[in-house]
Design a protein around this ligand. Structure first.
Ligand SMILES: *Cc1c(COP(=O)(O)O)cnc(C)c1O
Length: 221
């Protein structure tokens, strides 16, 4: 990607933070984007993420986020290893992660992943479930809930996702009222390459861009 294209994408993301979604992309492409000024990268698969972290640890102040579904049996591996884990999608997962963080004596920043459209195929808390489990989530003392994340239903146009982004923003505002300082609830991670402009209009503080930065992903893992 040309420096000039990179700069204009970064600019179009303001005031949100732009994450470069580097899943399945080779380390060389990460180095290239880093050299253009990008610092925050997001990965989906735990093993791939940890390998890249290790291989690229020479890139000072690089920041890693985890955005893919996290299995409970991998929680130990990721505890304390990411600037932010976006994909905490059940109370059980939050509890397991909290326990590993307590053992390592670290506090892990997380987002709660919301299934805004109640899709059967999707991970995440439904709005109803989250309201019910909220008091219990607040007691997890080695996690810091920074906000909410969603992947809305795949639609043809950005306009159709707008109501889902609005809902996520309202839910964040509602829950923030009862959150203690340990759980700032400021962030809204929403918007990918094809709908990030709409997401930003609806209050996204973090957008997750893959294809628009790196081109199509290689399909083989
Ligand atoms: C892959 C992925 C993205 C990036 O999607 P693009 O369409 O390539 O921008 C964002 N968020 C999540 C959770 C992803 O898995």
């Amino acid at each position: 990607m040309l420096q000039q294209d990179y700069n204009s994408i970064v600019k179009s993301c303001a005031p949100a933070q732009m994450l470069a979604v580097s899943k399945l992309q080779p380390e060389e492409k990460i180095r290239l984007l880093y050299s253009q000024g990008q610092r925050a990268f997001a990965e989906n698969y735990v093993q791939e993420a940890l390998t890249k972290q290790k291989n690229l640890e020479g890139l000072s102040d690089i920041q890693w986020h985890l955005i893919g579904h996290l299995q409970k049996n991998k929680a130990k591996l990721v505890a304390g290893q990411f600037a932010l884990i976006h994909s905490i999608d059940s109370l059980e997962l939050a509890q397991v992660l909290n326990r590993h963080c307590a053992q390592k004596n670290v506090t892990q920043n997380i987002l709660l992943q919301i299934n805004v459209a109640n899709e059967d195929s999707k991970e995440g808390f439904t709005l109803t479930a989250l309201r019910r489990l909220w008091p219990e989530l607040l007691t997890l003392s080695n996690l810091s809930i920074q906000g909410l994340m969603t992947m809305p239903p795949l639609t043809e146009t950005g306009a159709e996702v707008r109501p889902y982004f609005k809902q996520l923003c309202q839910l964040r505002d509602e829950l923030k009222k009862t959150a203690p300082p340990q759980h700032p609830m400021k962030e809204l991670s929403m918007g990918t390459s094809h709908d990030y402009r709409v997401a930003i209009e609806e209050g996204a503080t973090i957008v997750r861009l893959g294809t628009i930065l790196f081109g199509e992903r290689p399909t083989a893992r």
